[in-house]
Design a protein around this ligand. Structure first.
Ligand code: FES
Ligand SMILES: [Fe+2]
Length: 434
């Protein structure tokens, strides 16, 4: 495994204080480059779900920071990740986001052929290389992968990283929550991914998705619109995106009373705060299916978990109740891509999937009246922080209001900026190590 980390000291305390952060972390391209090596080069990053590889040769291209990797299922059923880069002259191997390559990946430049695990199988007109080059020396390097309940994570630092379960810690309970909601214990990724880009730093989404103060302001227009649309619908209509928009209009005291959980590694989630119903017939059929699989007690437990978005720093955002996982891809210091996936609960009524797609469309579509507010704010934060004025941005909201501390997590009011302080503690830890 190549070492992408230049050996120089980085003093994180010049940028992060316990109650503030320097604006340069959002605007400086040199800091972004170091983040790619030290944060995305060291953390476990969510990449794909096993259901994306149904047959031998199925592949997807995903990013680990700014580096593209190709994940492919081999003939023995194992999934491998290799860098998307031919070992001859460096051409990217796969041009598409996903596809099938049952005979291996062939470079379009001079036709070198690679196996799913990166082995170089074939060089056209190889006689020119006889006695010159050994194919074994030109395999594409593999990225270390580990899987938790069907979700595949990668780590660019190879054996130097600890196990995935240690990285997930308490947050694996949200992945459990998602999988346990399936009446068969199986979830399957849907066929469509919703993508959008925004013109701002990657950290903006991490700092926004557990921010409960902004919705009443940034999303005020969509609260009003959603209420007027909801007034025209039957009382029992279930429209998750409308539910999300109206929940954004709840009074701030509601969010102050709600809990936020932060955990080591920069991770966090907040309690659920939007309606989560299915139509009555679907709810009955779904509950019955869950009881058949789990038994009544476990089924009741599964249905009682109510969490809003979980932030899994620094790669992804998870909403178990709406079977939605969003992957964040940093492109430049001022450009970021978001990709949203929706999962089907295998064996559950179809409405549970439709409901999730509806939520994901509202939460991750470029046409969403909620996300479009956030994206404008992100860009304005970038522009503002790139201009003059004070350097330090406070992260002190509710800093003295923690409710409970354990080794696994800290519980705070959901209005706290504890999750941002927690992210920058992780940021400093990753960035400070040479
Ligand atoms: S660059 Fe890939 S085969 Fe030459
Ligand atoms: Fe928002």
């Amino acid at each position: 495994m190549a070492d992408y980390d230049p050996q120089f000291d980085f003093d994180a305390s010049r940028y992060v204080r316990p109650d503030a952060v320097h604006r340069a972390v959002y605007t400086d391209p040199a800091i972004f480059d170091l983040e790619m090596r030290r944060i995305y080069g060291r953390a476990w990053l969510y990449l794909a779900h096993e259901s994306e590889f149904k047959a031998a040769g199925d592949y997807v291209v995903r990013h680990m920071g700014t580096q593209a990797v190709v994940l492919t299922r081999d003939g023995q059923g194992e999934v491998h990740a290799i860098f998307n880069r031919c070992t001859h002259r460096g051409t990217t191997l796969c041009a598409f986001d996903k596809g099938s390559a049952p005979h291996g990946h062939q470079c379009p430049y001079h036709g070198w052929m690679f196996e799913a695990d990166g082995a170089l199988r074939f060089i056209p007109h190889h006689t020119n290389y006889d006695g010159v080059l050994d194919r074994k020396d030109y395999a594409i390097e593999q990225v270390r992968l580990e899987t938790y309940r069907g979700f595949i994570f990668g780590n660019l630092s190879g054996d130097r990283a600890g196990p995935l379960v240690d990285f997930l810690g308490h947050m694996k309970t949200t992945i459990d929550d998602l999988v346990d909601r399936s009446p068969t214990g199986q979830v399957e990724v849907g066929p469509y991914a919703l993508r959008h880009y925004y013109r701002a730093n990657w950290k903006m989404t991490f700092e926004n998705l557990n921010d409960t103060i902004h919705p009443g302001f940034a999303h005020a227009a969509s609260v009003v619109s959603a209420k007027s649309v909801a007034a025209t619908l039957p009382r029992d209509a279930v429209v998750p995106s409308l539910g999300m928009m109206m929940a954004n209009g709840k009074p701030i005291q509601f969010f102050q009373d709600l809990d936020m959980i932060t955990a080591p590694g920069g991770h966090s989630y907040i309690g659920g705060h939007m309606g989560a119903d299915y139509t009555p017939n679907t709810q009955d059929a779904y509950t019955a299916a869950l009881i058949a699989h789990h038994g009544a007690e476990k089924a009741r437990q599964v249905l009682s978990v109510d969490r809003h978005v979980m932030i899994l720093y620094p790669s992804s955002f998870w909403h178990a109740r709406y079977q939605t996982v969003r992957i964040l891809r940093p492109v430049r210091h001022d450009l970021t891509e978001m990709i949203g996936f929706t999962f089907r609960l295998v064996g559950a009524p179809e409405e549970t999937y439709v409901n999730a797609v509806e939520y994901c469309t509202g939460a991750n579509s470029a046409a969403s009246p909620v996300i479009s507010d956030d994206l404008e704010i992100y860009e304005r934060v970038l522009l503002g922080n790139a201009s003059g004025g004070r350097d330090w941005i406070p992260t002190s909201r509710a800093i003295n209001e923690d409710r409970e501390r354990t080794n696994a997590y800290t519980r705070t009011p959901a209005t706290s900026e504890a999750y941002i302080r927690n992210q920058f503690a992780a940021w400093s830890h990753y960035m400070g190590q040479a």
